[in-house]
Unconditional design. Structure first.
Length: 130
C-alpha cells in the first residue's frame, strides 16, 4: 500500500476548488454562447426589418404605378387613378380593423389564471375562517 501525500481534508478542498473552477468555466462558456446567439439574432432581425422596409417601398411603388397607369389608360384625371387604388385599400383596412377589434373584445385575457386565482382565494378564505 503506497502512502498518500495529501490528507482527506486537502483532497476535499482540492475537489471543491476544481468543482468551482469547472462551474466558473461553464459560466464563461454560457456567456460567450449567449453573446454569440444574441448577435446572430440581432443581425437576423436587422436583416428582416430591412427586407420589410424594402418590400413596403416596393408595394408603394407598385400601387403608385397602378394609379398612374389607370389614369393614363382610361384618360382620367390623376386623382381618379389614385382614388381607384385608395378606395379598395381603405375598404380592406376598415374590414381588418373591424375583425381585429371583434377578436380583441371577444376573448378574455388569461381566463384560466383568473379563474384559478379566484378559486385559490376562496379556498384560503375557507381555511382561515374555519
Amino acid at each position: 500500500m503506497a502512502p498518500h501525500d495529501e490528507s482527506i481534508p486537502d483532497l476535499i478542498r482540492g475537489t471543491i476548488r476544481d468543482g468551482l473552477g469547472l462551474v466558473r468555466d461553464e459560466i464563461v462558456l454560457a456567456r460567450t454562447e449567449l453573446r454569440d446567439a444574441l448577435m446572430r439574432i440581432r443581425t437576423g432581425l436587422v436583416t428582416v426589418i430591412a427586407a420589410g422596409a424594402f418590400a413596403l417601398l416596393a408595394v408603394i411603388m407598385i400601387l403608385d404605378t397602378i394609379a398612374w397607369g389607370a389614369a393614363y389608360a382610361f384618360g382620367w384625371p390623376t386623382w381618379a387613378g389614385f382614388a381607384l387604388v385608395a378606395f379598395p385599400l381603405l375598404a380592406i383596412a376598415i374590414t381588418l380593423a373591424m375583425v381585429g377589434r371583434s377578436l380583441l373584445l371577444r376573448n378574455r385575457y388569461m381566463p384560466k389564471s383568473l379563474e384559478t386565482m379566484k378559486e385559490n382565494a376562496e379556498w384560503i378564505r375557507a381555511r382561515t375562517q374555519s
